[in-house]
Design a protein around this ligand. Structure first.
Ligand SMILES: NC(=O)N[C@@H](CC(=O)O)C(=O)O
Ligand SMILES: [Zn+2]
Ligand SMILES: [Zn+2]
Length: 348
């Protein structure tokens, strides 16, 4: 149970089960910011070029570890980027390495750096069977790419067109439905048979689609899956704050340089790794559910991934602070979510 006296909140140290750190120079800031809060993180493989092999993941892991502040015990949990050409041998190799904790499905064209992603799951059945056999979870960006489907419906349609048929074929495949944003997804994950979990971001708990157009167009609130109607936000809040153990924290912190967001064709992704835990605490506090937060932030995720729950604890204090306007990002700047706005809780 979290310890709380209204002015402080102490919880088991959280992990981030969905994080983009990017690569190169920017690791100098993205890695320490994540390591300040989390013990472990599932590292997304959508680099340019993507992390498609265990060898590439080992090299990327080393670059991440090299960017850690000395004394940090942060552990990057690596993932493979599935393509039409990922083979069952690639999966065996990943399992043997001991460093790969999932393989990521990006439907081709669905989101940032997904062009090399899977064009049809039919091309991957042998590979997915091997994942099922080896116990490697399939992490999914769950949106259909059919341009005739409205952007606000792409997640719900994915459940019927892709997820349910896939789970009929491979009922023992472990699945994480990443960054869910709809009532339909929350309900499906709550009730479905078998081994399935879902991550939920802080921004989908805090904001609905009105935030995209508050007094003008707001590129820093644009991410995929796109923010939805309020009723969906309410369904997500309910899912993460009830006793269901299938929902866990995954920030989907996805930094893009300021100029790539504030652009005629701006990139999708919100940067939250600086202040993720404070954002989640704010969301739970707003619905009076702080006593439920620890399952979501610190327990359900490790249990899903067969990892130990962390031993360390973190403490937040009830104290207003202002989110910085921008942050270093290699040679550029990145704008954190809610830049310049106030949060009520601060990590000690
Ligand atoms: N969530 C996003 O809007 N963007 C992510 C990709 C992803 O997780 O879909 C990114 O890598 O920028
Ligand atoms: Zn995604
Ligand atoms: Zn993501």
């Amino acid at each position: 149970m979290p310890e709380s006296d209204m002015q402080t909140l102490t919880i088991i140290q959280p992990d981030d089960w969905h994080l983009h750190l990017r690569d190169g120079d920017v690791l100098k800031s993205t890695v320490p910011q994540a390591a300040r809060q989390f013990h472990r993180a599932i590292i997304m493989p959508n680099l340019k070029p993507p992390v498609t092999t265990t060898e590439k993941a080992l090299e990327y892991r080393k670059r991440i570890l090299d960017a850690l502040p000395s004394g940090s015990d942060f552990e990057p949990l690596m993932t493979l980027y599935l393509t039409d050409n990922t083979s069952p041998e690639d999966i065996k190799r990943a399992k043997e390495s001991g460093i790969i904790h999932g393989a990521k499905l990006y439907p081709a064209g669905a989101t940032t750096n997904s062009d090399a992603g899977v064009t049809s799951l039919d091309n991957c059945i042998a590979t997915l069977e091997e994942m099922q056999k080896q116990g490697i979870p399939l992490l999914m960006h769950g949106e259909v790419t059919d341009p005739s489907i409205d952007i606000f419906d792409r997640e719900a349609v994915f459940i019927d067109r892709v997820l349910i048929p896939l789970r009929k074929k491979l009922p023992d495949l472990k699945i994480v439905f990443e960054h869910i944003t709809t009532r339909e997804a929350a309900q499906y994950v709550s009730e479905a048979e078998g081994y399935i979990g879902a991550t939920v971001t802080a921004h989908h708990l805090l904001f609905n689609r009105n935030s995209l157009f508050q007094g003008g167009i707001r590129p820093h609130y644009y991410c995929l899956p796109i923010l939805k109607r309020e009723e969906n936000r309410q369904a997500l809040l309910k899912a993460v704050s009830t006793e269901n153990r299938r929902f866990f924290m995954g920030t989907d912190s996805a930094p893009h340089a300021q100029g790539a967001k504030e652009n005629a064709c701006g990139c999708a992704g919100c940067y939250t790794a600086l202040h993720a835990i404070e954002l989640y605490v704010q969301a739970f506090d707003e619905i009076g559910a702080l006593e439920k937060i620890e399952w979501f932030t610190s327990i359900n995720g490790p249990k899903f991934y067969n990892q130990n729950v962390n031993r360390n604890k973190i403490t937040l204090v009830k104290k207003e602070w202002t989110i910085p306007q921008d942050l270093p990002f290699g040679e550029n700047r990145v704008i954190p979510l809610m830049a310049g706005e106030t949060l009520n809780w601060q990590l000690k």
